[in-house]
Design a protein around this ligand. Structure first.
Ligand code: 1QQ
Length: 393
């Protein structure tokens, strides 16, 4: 077993230095000491670690974002079970529900960091929670890997923060030009939730991409996450005769908004953001989702390595088809395993160092890389909903 004496000493010095400044420098990590039992022998596929490696996950399993959190939990569990069956390292997944609330997300992170002493955390589901919880993870020196946190500025929170979630900027930079080509977009309406961090951030990106694409915004209207009545905004859309509606919203507002748009006779196609990558949403829209275009991280139709097998196994295990959120969480399990195996070390520092070195890992999302800055690189998929199913555009 390798002893990491020098990094242990460095960690103690760093922790002492941070204690002195903790009150004012909240973004600096208070690096935790390393546990030699989490450091094993061999590397890569041959790595063996005696101690059980605890991984935390914080997902929204109830309330508004449960449409995604439920799938994330299933996808990650499946990956962990497969990894445990492969042997060498035994992972224990400790799962917390943040109930789609910032306070609960913060409490869940705190529990995993302080009480369970996990090596890394996957999640949370929403960017709106991640801006707070990742600041805490960064301060505690615990690597966090987002699987659906797509807003601008997430990896920049600190060097312990990573994401395996296609940034909304990348998805929209693919979906809007594809929609322009397919639908011949010249003038559009943009409707967005100004109260949520993810949807507000996506609105900035939408504006930039539309400008680049020479598409004119003739109606621009906002609303808030909890709104359920959109006739004022939709009347403006109906009067403007647009080629498409670009919508940046979470499902809670999306469902009534899209239904009310169709009821008001607005037939313009809709281009949506990451929250649309969900069969739950398609089901709730009951046909009103037809023709909707969305950019995302995964497609059931993609011929990526292991995708067909993933879909078949998931169906068998859970009795339903996986979605993009399941696929991303599943991939995160493998990325963390890669980071642990790189130095055969499941200490927080080692995972942090190695997560930022993942180069073209051949995943069900396609080749995926994570750089030192914590940002992911992967190809987006643009999909259109036809007959209630996601199909590649
Ligand atoms: C974010 C998102 C959400 C739509 C995930 C469910 O992309 O909050 O960043």
């Amino acid at each position: 077993m390798r002893l990491k004496t020098s990094s242990g000493v460095a960690a103690v010095i760093a922790a002492a230095a941070l204690l002195a400044t903790a009150a004012c420098v909240s973004e600096e990590p208070a690096s935790s000491s390393s546990d030699s039992a989490l450091s094993g022998t061999g590397t890569g596929a041959d790595c063996t670690i005696d101690e059980t490696v605890k991984l935390g996950a914080v997902f929204s399993l109830t309330e508004a974002a449960a449409f995604a959190g439920g799938y994330q939990q299933e996808g990650l569990k499946m990956a962990i079970d497969e990894l445990n069956a492969a042997g060498g390292i035994k992972y224990e997944l400790i799962l917390e529900d943040d109930k789609t609330s910032v306070d609960d997300s913060v409490a869940a992170f705190e529990k995993l960091i302080e009480r369970d002493k996990v090596s890394a955390i996957v999640g949370p589901t929403l960017s709106g929670m991640a801006f707070t919880t990742y600041t805490d993870a960064q301060y505690a020196g615990v690597p966090a890997l987002g699987v659906s946190t797509t807003a601008e500025g997430i990896p920049e929170i600190g060097d312990y923060i990573f994401r395996a979630s296609l940034p909304e900027e990348v998805a929209l930079a693919a979906s809007i030009p594809a929609a322009k080509e397919t639908l011949g977009l010249e003038k559009v309406a943009v409707l967005y939730d100004s109260a949520d961090e993810f949807t507000a951030s996506a609105f900035n990106t939408i504006s930039d991409v539309l400008k680049e694409q020479d598409i004119e915004i003739v109606v621009e209207e906002s609303f808030e996450t909890a709104d359920t009545e959109f006739s004022a905004q939709l009347t403006k859309v109906a009067d403007a005769d647009v080629d498409a509606v670009i919508l940046s919203a979470l499902p809670g507002a999306t469902v009534p908004l899209v239904k009310q748009a169709r009821d008001q006779g607005i037939t313009a196609p809709i281009v949506g953001g990451n929250a649309f990558n969900s069969p739950v949403l398609v089901g709730l829209l009951e046909g009103a989702s037809e023709g909707l275009i969305v950019g995302g991280a995964w497609s059931a139709a993609a011929e990526t390595t292991g995708n067909a097998e993933f879909i078949a196994n998931y169906n068998e295990l859970y009795g339903r088809a996986p979605d993009q959120f399941a696929a991303q969480a599943y991939t995160a399990g493998y990325l963390l395993d890669q980071a642990v195996r790189a130095d055969c070390d499941a200490n927080r520092e080692a995972i942090k160092d190695n997560l930022g070195q993942i180069l073209e890992y051949d995943s069900i999302l396609g080749p995926i890389s994570i750089d030192e800055g914590g940002e992911v690189t992967q190809e987006p998929f643009v999909q259109i909903i036809r007959d209630g199913e996601f199909t590649i555009l």
